[in-house]
Ligand binder design. Structure first.
Ligand code: ATP
Ligand code: MG
Length: 306
């Protein structure tokens, strides 16, 4: 257990089984690092007020029965498994590596990265067999071992806890297995990505046996999270169209139920309002323009409840 988080430990949780939080849900978030900001932002977008928590290890939400604990991401799966926190947000990479017994409730769409094998740029890497008999440095020994087994590769795994990317440069390993998002860290260390072994994003996890009361609170939170997630993939669109084109424009813009049509002050014209999914967004705009739509406005949606 890392010394920098002495204030809250799994032992504390076991000796005092959430007595003070019986009617509250407790959530474990990363204290600082790549998931911290997006995790806090998600709670805020769900209307949960945790504004007074700067630099604290524990914050109580003002307007929702939720208490937030801040931990190292490595500790979150274990704490949720043991019930120190009821739910948590963690990368799937950490969750699977730790092999914790928790329920995965919902993927959250942020913290996207991949766990990849990388080799020195000048290596004549032709395929996975290159790794046979090699030394691979990683912080993800379980995920790597599973992958090597599945590929029938025999390699020596050197487990190190940080700065994995420098291992080949200092002669500690022939290859590494580490998290990658843009690939710039690999490039800066003279490495190239060879194989993607696991794709990850942040997920909401829960203790396996929540009380009915806590499950009810989790359902309420999840309802909000889904509304926030959905809104991010959709845009509200407003446009003006000549009345004779309304039929064809409504077919292009199906909306949540059907588009809203309001008459403009100018005779023969209407304003059409609808919702479009980001995947089809540009395609739809082109079709609308081709059919005579004018003054097209696109507005972000804050929450979407369907
Ligand atoms: P902690 O101090 O909490 O242990 P950490 O240094 O282990 O933090 P971070 O680097 O903050 O972890 O990454 C947290 C998580 O963010 C990762 O486990 C992963 O799920 C996700 N992530 C997204 N992109 C990347 C990336 N490019 N490199 C590393 N992690 C990433
Ligand atoms: Mg960590």
């Amino acid at each position: 257990m890392a010394g920098r988080h002495k204030e809250l430990t799994a032992e504390d949780g076991k000796s005092c089984p959430n007595k003070k939080t019986m009617n509250k849900l407790t959530i474990a978030l990363q204290k600082s690092g790549r998931l911290h900001e997006d995790s806090v932002k998600l709670l805020k977008e769900c209307g949960i007020d945790i504004s007074n928590g700067l630099n604290k290890l524990k914050i109580e939400a003002e307007n929702f029965p939720l208490e937030v604990f801040f931990f190292r991401d490595d500790d979150i799966p274990q704490y949720v498994e043991e019930g120190v926190a009821d739910i948590g947000i963690v990368g799937e990479n950490v969750l699977v590596e730790k092999q914790s017994e928790v329920t995965v409730v919902e993927p959250l769409g942020f913290g996207k990265c991949r766990l990849s094998l990388a080799v020195p740029r000048q290596a004549d890497y032709t395929g996975i067999n290159w790794l046979n008999g090699k030394r691979i440095a990683t912080s993800y020994k379980n995920l790597l071992q599973q992958y090597l087994n599945s590929q029938q590769i025999q390699a020596e795994i050197h487990e190190i806890s940080g700065s994995v990317e420098i291992a080949p440069g200092i002669g500690l390993a022939d290859a590494i297995c580490d998290l990658v998002s843009s690939g710039s860290t690999l490039f800066a260390n003279g490495l190239k990505e060879a194989e993607i072994i696991f794709k990850s994003e942040a997920v909401l996890i829960a203790h396996r046996e929540l009380s009915a009361e806590k499950q009810h609170l989790l359902n309420k939170l999840l309802f909000r999270i889904k509304a926030v997630k959905k809104s991010k993939h959709n845009k509200y669109i407003l446009l003006n169209a000549p009345n004779e084109k309304l039929d064809v424009i409504c077919r292009i813009l199906p909306g949540m139920k059907s588009p809203t049509i309001l008459p403009l002050a100018e005779p023969g014209w209407s304003s059409v309002h609808s919702v479009v999914h980001e995947d089809k967004f540009w395609e739809i705009i082109e079709q609308l323009k081709a059919e005579g739509a004018q003054g097209i406005l696109v507005v972000p949606i804050e929450k979407m409840i369907v």
